[in-house]
Structure formats: C-alpha cells, structure tokens
Design a protein around this ligand. Structure first.
Ligand code: HEM
Length: 515
C-alpha cells in the first residue's frame, strides 16, 4: 500500500487485497473492515486502489461537495461491450453521459412525475387486486407492478401480466445483464487488458456479452419504435419517451442514445421499486408490533371506507418513518454503484489517487451502532425522534434521509417517480392487508429470515413465506371496485396486447369472475 493512502487490511505482494475481496454480499465484509480500519479505508486490487467510505462526513465532502472529481465510474470492458458506453448508470463521465443525464433531469421533474400519478395509482390498485386474489404470488405481482409502471410512464405501454411479452423480455435481458456483471463471471479483462483480444470462439464471456447486447437492443429499440409509430397515428398518452422524441433535437439526442436512455430508466426503475416493496412486506411480517402501529395510524387517518391517497401521507408520521426505515434497514443498493475519481483528492490527511474506485458503503452507515440505536432491528420510531433516525444527541449534520438514492452528480434521477410509487404502495398495502408469518407445528409464528437476500449490486429479499389476508370484507370490496374503476385509465396504456393478455384483461374486469 503506497504511503499516504488510507489504512486497510494487510496486503500481499502483487495481489494486494485481491485474494480477500468478497465476491458476494461485499457490504458485510466492507462494514466489518470499516469497524476495524475506520470510516475511510483503502483496498489494493493489484496495482489499483479502491477506497471504501463508511463515514457520513467523508461521503458529504468527497461525494457531494467534490462531486466534480468523484463523478466517474470505474472502467469496465464488459459494460463497454454490452452497452457501447451508452448505459447512463455505468457510463464514463463523457459528453454522452452528460446528454443522457441532462435529458433525464429535464423530463423526470417532480411536476412531470406528478402527472403520472394516475397510472401509478391504477397499477397499484391492480397490485392490491392481484394479491387479494392470489396472495401466495405476491412476490411476482410486485415485480409485474414495478415493471408495468415504468413501461407505462416511459413508453405509455403497460403490462397487465407478469407474462406479458415486453415484461418477460425485460426480465430475461436483465437476468443476462446481471450475470455478465457479476464479479468473477468474466475473466479480469480490466486488469489484464490483453484478454480483450481473445477471439470470440474461445471466449464464452464475449458471446454472453453479445447475447445480452442483442436482448437489450431488441427490447429498447422495439419499444422506442412502437412509441414513434403510436405518435404517428396520433395516439399520444403523455409518456416520457413521447416528450423526448418531440424534443430530440433540443436535447441533442440521436436514435441510438434515445434508445439507451429508455433502457437505463427501465433498468433503474424496475427491480429497485420491487425490492423496496418486498423488503417492506418482509419487515411488516417480521415485526408485528411495527405493523400494528402502522395499522392503527392508518385507521385513525383513513379508516376502512375508502383507500388512502398520497395527500393522506402528510397526516401519517409513523408510516413516513416506516418508509425511511425500510430504506435504512435494507437499502436497495447497499454499496450504491461504484464511483471513481477523475483527479487525485486529499481528505483528512489521506491521499486518494486519481482513478481510484470509490464504494459508498451506505449499508455500513445505516447499520453503524455509533449512529443508530439497535441498528440491526426494524424500528420506524427512530425517525420520529430525529430527522435522520440517528440517536438523539449524535451529530448527524452530514446525514440526509434520502442517502439511499445516491450521491453527488450521480444521484438517482428517478427519485420522484420512485418515491411516488413507494409511498402509494406502502400506504395501500398497510391499509389493505394483514401480513403474518407462517406457523410451526405447534402454531408458533416463524419469523422470516430478514437476511435472506439475493446477491448482486442491487439486492432484494429472496422469495419468502408470508400469509396475506384482507383486513376486512369491506376493504376487499373496495379493492375489487377500485380495480374495476381503473379500467379507463388502463385502457389508454393497453396497446398491441397479445391474445393471452387480451383474454386476461377481459376476464379480470368481470367482477368476481375467478373468485
Ligand atoms: C426505490 C427506488 C430506487 C432506489 C433506492 C434507487 C437508488 C439509486 C442509487 C443508489 C443509484 C446510484 C447513485 C450513485 O451512483 O451515487 C441510482 C442511480 C440511478 N437510478 Fe435509481 N433508484 C430507485 C429508483 C429509480 C427509478 C424509478 C429510476 C428511473 C425512473 C431510476 C433510475 C436511475 C438511473 C438512470 C441511475 C444512474 C444515474 C447515473 O449514474 O448517472 N432509479 N439509483
């Protein structure tokens, strides 16, 4: 380890810390090291350097205030091969990234996100309806919901079923994408560049990248062309891509970059929202006392004769706290997306070389016992005591409640769409259902394992067992009615449905048909 670098685990010649780098759930190892080496420490990966930040002051200074220097992403040949440098989330700090980012900001404003609330609410009513009819399928219903919402707001085209072709195509492409991005899935091309020149017939990983690229392009450009075709027919429905197409010249977007902007927004908006909702249900199931408090608040403010609306949230401090606590307890991206430095930086007497990879260990910050009381447990009440949920008396001036949405110039551009969706559904689910764990042979509740998560950059609970029942017959009636009343909103987003989708839509709109 070079002089001046932040401290870190002992290195061995040539490899540095490579031999001890975790290949899954890195946030846990990174947090263990943070408790030992401090809120800023370094890892040597061959001749390269990675810096892990688990200190809110370091995050604020280096990532927010000096974001001009920490805006980069680390090099990745795989990302280049699959996306040609046009996937905003992984793209280098280039003119293309700036164009993508500027356009995303111009369209994903709070005002524009508010215009999409009706379709989000309609989709949320289908989510309740799907869970009411097939509670054991809640895990997949949530995935359909979040994918359909993002397709609707982006391309004006919804997916009534999990098996709707564009949703199936997305999950297939995304699965392949996550596989090639997985550390260890491809040879270390970024460290040993000569490997880039191995011919494709001897390099399965290159064929995998080519396959992923094709799956993504077929979907993203297919959806784009359908939107164009719809516009040509004069069938606008206010989607984001319509706006981009109309303002393409002003934004400096050609066809290629427009296709990839749509793609990254589907990727960014699909499994993140579903991960949040699945974690919320997991926490409600595992923490019945918290669930009871949320139910009580809901009953006080909304009662059982109507469904909640976004305006009700203002009156619900406990449920707002519960939403923040879910982000803290199980952050969707526990290490965010790695950043990298454009220039060398100095901080607290340490040197961070140019080109270092930077991990913001949001998991470690959110589970720091110096900042939070009993951080391993789900306790929404902490956010009633202080704005950041930190222990009373702790200096939290470097924290912010939405830290889980990223830092500096890379902060999540979809935050408004995301928050509308998480807020609507958190309220709906709490209003509608009781969530109870399965019981053992003696009838004792078996608390679900709140650590059983999928590995990867973005995580979600692995499918878990939970019994979901309507809180009252009247609520079940209202869910049925709201879903039927959403048909008008849905119809504006139902284009080119397959025969199976048409049949599903027709059947699901007949009151009580399959009950
Ligand atoms: C609960 C929901 C969500 C969470 C927790 C979340 C969180 C994040 C985080 C942590 C990052 C990385 C920031 C960084 O590198 O500093 C990110 C980036 C990103 N998110 Fe989200 N996100 C969510 C929903 C969405 C939605 C709905 C969209 C699209 C409409 C979206 C689009 C993106 C994009 C395109 C990026 C890459 C930005 C860039 O690198 O310039 N996200 N998000």
């Amino acid at each position: 380890r070079e002089a001046g670098l932040p401290p870190g685990p002992p290195t061995v010649p040539l490899l540095g810390n490579l031999h001890m780098m975790p290949t899954e759930f890195a946030q846990h190892k990174f947090t263990e090291w943070a408790r030992k080496y401090g809120g800023i420490y370094s890892l040597k990966v061959g001749s390269g350097t990675a810096v892990v930040l688990t200190d809110p002051a370091a995050v604020k200074e280096l990532m927010d205030k000096r974001s001009g220097s920490t805006v980069e992403r680390p090099p990745s040949h795989v990302v280049e091969l699959v996306t040609g440098g046009l996937n905003m989330a992984f793209a280098h700090y280039t003119e293309n990234w700036r164009t993508l980012r500027r356009t995303a900001h111009a369209i994903l404003t709070p005002q524009a996100s508010a215009r999409h609330i009706p379709i989000q609410q309609a989709e949320a009513s289908q989510l309740l309806h799907d869970i009411l009819r097939h509670p054991q399928g809640f895990y997949t219903h949530i995935r359909r919901y979040s994918n359909s919402v993002i397709l609707s707001v982006l391309y004006g085209k919804r997916s009534p079923r999990y098996e709707t072709p564009q949703t199936t195509a997305f999950f297939k492409a995304q699965h392949e994408w996550m596989l090639v991005l997985e550390p260890g899935a491809t040879p270390p091309v970024d460290m040993i560049p000569i490997l880039k020149y191995v011919p494709e017939r001897w390099a399965k990983w290159k064929r995998d990248c080519a396959k992923t690229r094709k799956l993504q392009r077929d979907l993203y450009f297919g959806l784009l062309d359908e939107t164009k075709e719809r516009l040509r027919r004069g069938e606008e429905n206010g989607s984001y891509m319509e706006e981009i197409l109309a303002r393409q010249e002003e934004f400096g977007m050609d066809r290629e970059i427009t296709g990839y902007l749509g793609g990254v927004l589907i990727e960014g908006g699909s499994d993140t929202i579903s991960s949040f909702l699945q974690s919320l249900i997991l926490a409600l199931t595992a923490y019945p006392d918290a669930q009871k408090k949320a139910h009580d608040e809901m009953d006080r403010v909304v009662g059982e004769h109507r469904m909640p609306t976004l305006d009700d949230l203002e009156e619900m401090p406990y449920i707002r706290a519960m939403i923040l606590e879910t982000h803290r307890f199980r952050p969707v991206l526990p290490l965010m997306v790695p950043h990298s430095t454009v220039t060398a930086e100095e901080f607290n007497g340490f040197v961070i070389p140019q080109g270092s990879t930077i991990f913001v260990n949001v998991w470690g910050i959110f589970h720091d016992p110096d900042l939070y009381d009993d951080p391993e447990n789900f306790i929404p009440d902490r956010y009633l005591l202080t704005e950041n949920g930190t222990k009373p008396g702790v200096d939290d001036s470097d924290m912010r409640p939405n830290l889980g949405f990223g830092v500096g110039r890379r902060v999540c551009p979809g935050i408004h769409v995301a928050q509308n969706s998480t807020n609507i559904n958190a309220m709906n689910l709490i209003w509608a259902f009781n969530f109870t764990p399965p019981t053992d042979r003696d009838g004792n509740p078996m608390k679900p394992d709140t650590f059983d998560y999928e590995k990867g950059l973005s995580t979600a609970p692995r499918p878990f067992k939970c019994s979901i029942t309507p809180r009252s017959p009247e609520r079940a009636e209202i869910i049925e009615r709201e879903f039927l009343e959403a048909a008008d909103t849905f119809s504006k987003f139902e284009f080119g449905l397959s025969p199976e989708d048409q049949e599903f839509v027709a059947n699901s709109r007949l009151p009580h048909i399959s009950r």
